[in-house]
Design a protein around this ligand. Structure first.
Ligand SMILES: Cc1ncc(COP(=O)(O)O)c(C=O)c1O
Length: 458
């Protein structure tokens, strides 16, 4: 294909939406460690996972070998509603920073759910429907995943029960109403509707909840309700697989316009958007075809990669879920109530954890006021009002661009702009009022979380 002048907004053709997902595990020499049973500590088999997850999704979870996984036609059709998403040249931001760096961002917020989460939600709802299930249960932090799953479930006509981290439920009442409009039921977590929720409330009076705790509740309801399964919006291998559409489109756009990224940046909560964005780039790196600096950005208040331990840990507070080998702050760690609800998870995707452990990816942590400074500058220059989670990637991209200003290097930076922040105005209000604070866990607080990590020798 001939190379063209790079437009401000790169829209691919509909025919360039991928028809397969790319499974980066196929190219990884050191595969992510398998999920293990919380009781026996043995790798989980297909049969053992069946009471929790949908059959086809388990197959995807366990498959470390198939490189290109066909995307079913019904999912491809749904993707056409909002994909391909644009890769945008941040010319106005570059100008404001007076940097020689070239900055591009892949914008995943232009669908109604407002984020990248819909890419996996529609896949998971499709497989649940195909299996003849009545419905799905899930957790949501910022509310973006719950919204995406509500939309996807409505599309395929299945029920959707969402446990929403209490702090987000209270901060974002309208997010809850969007989910209910799409037909989902929404319960603040920890609730008094489940055994585990009651226990967590008793043990931690007044808790604002966490993703780990909402997961336990959603799993309990799925396993106790006939015809339901639990679905998860991040962390798992299958979710990184679905999110690879982000990276594949980005790669296609880059190749079409001869853009050669030096640095690829994304925010990391459970790791799904970053995992998806970087998958094809890491693939080239693993196969020795190209080199990229890859940077994961996490909040200083929940620093699983930069300050966590690489170990098997429980995925949830209630210790009922499969255990994963990942960078973790301990399943009992409850981060301070910062505004990036979607980045408040104690662990990290096993795929990203392994890549980080093997030195294929870097990680930085950033404080929330500096994130909002970056997000505000971005809104005023590029026009899009970003989600606080996405603001983390913007912060790191700006920092790298400012380094280029110092050194005079003309690096090309690509980052993932995962979503919009219209439901996060409480956070922006605090920032605008000057009342936002930064809260980093002390070493002692981290030690408490680490003390809960079980010792497992496999
Ligand atoms: C807008 C947005 N970006 C990023 C994330 C982080 O999730 P992940 O690390 O799985 O991409 C979330 C999670 O809720 C989100 O809502």
């Amino acid at each position: 294909m001939s190379k063209m002048d790079v437009p401000y907004k790169i829209y691919l053709d509909e025919s360039e939406i991928p028809s397969t997902w790319y499974n980066v595990r196929a190219d990884m020499k050191n595969k992510p460690a398998p999920l293990i049973h919380p009781g026996t500590h043995k790798p989980l088999t297909f049969e053992e996972m069946r009471p929790i997850f949908c059959d086809e999704l388990i197959k995807q979870e366990l498959d470390n070998e198939t490189r290109d996984v066909p995307i079913p036609e019904a999912i491809q059709n749904f993707y056409r509603m909002y994909r391909p998403s644009p890769l945008i040249h941040a010319e106005f931001l570059e100008k404001a920073l007076d940097t020689p760096a070239k900055i591009f961002y892949k914008f995943e917020g232009s669908n109604t759910s407002g984020s990248h989460k819909l890419n996996s939600a529609i896949a998971q709802a499709y497989y649940a429907k195909e299996q003849g299930l009545k419905g799905v249960t899930t957790e949501t932090g910022a509310g973006q995943w719950g919204t995406a799953l509500s939309m996807a479930s409505a599309f395929f006509g299945i029920d959707c029960k969402v446990f929403m981290v209490k702090v987000s439920y209270e901060q974002k009442p309208f997010r809850r109403e969007v989910m209910r409009t799409y037909g989902a039921s929404v319960t603040p977590s920890p609730s008094m509707d489940t055994e585990i929720g009651k226990k967590i409330n008793e043990d931690n009076p007044g808790t604002t909840g966490s993703l780990g705790c909402a997961i336990s509740e959603a799993v309990e309801v799925a396993t106790k309700t006939e015809g339901y399964r639990y679905v998860l919006g991040s962390v798992l291998n299958q979710v990184v697989l679905h999110q690879s559409v982000i990276g594949m489109e980005t790669m296609t756009a880059c190749k079409k316009y001869d853009i050669k990224p030096d640095i690829v940046i994304g925010c990391a909560g459970g790791g799904s958007n970053l995992g998806g964005l970087i998958s094809p780039f890491v693939g080239e790196k693993l196969r020795g075809e190209a080199d990229y600096r890859i940077i994961a950005v996490e909040p200083a208040s929940c620093p699983s990669l930069t300050r966590g331990k690489f170990a098997y840990d429980y995925a949830d507070l209630g210790m009922v879920c499969p255990m994963a080998k990942m960078y973790t702050l301990g399943h009992g760690f409850i981060p301070s109530a910062n505004h990036a609800g979607g980045l408040r998870y104690h662990g990290m995707s096993p795929v990203l954890s392994q890549l980080y452990h093997d030195g294929l990816m870097e990680a930085v942590s950033v404080e929330q006021t500096s994130v909002f400074e970056a997000a505000t500058l971005f809104a005023r220059t590029e026009g899009i009002l970003p989600a606080p989670e996405s603001g983390h990637a913007i912060r790191a991209a700006i920092d790298e661009a400012l380094k280029c200003k110092e050194s005079g290097e003309e690096k090309t930076i690509v980052f993932g702009l995962t979503g919009t922040g219209y439901f996060d105005m409480k956070a922006y209000e605090q920032f605008n009022d000057g009342t936002m604070t930064d809260r980093m866990p002390t070493d002692e607080e981290l030690e408490k979380g680490f003390a809960g990590i079980p010792e497992i020798d496999l």
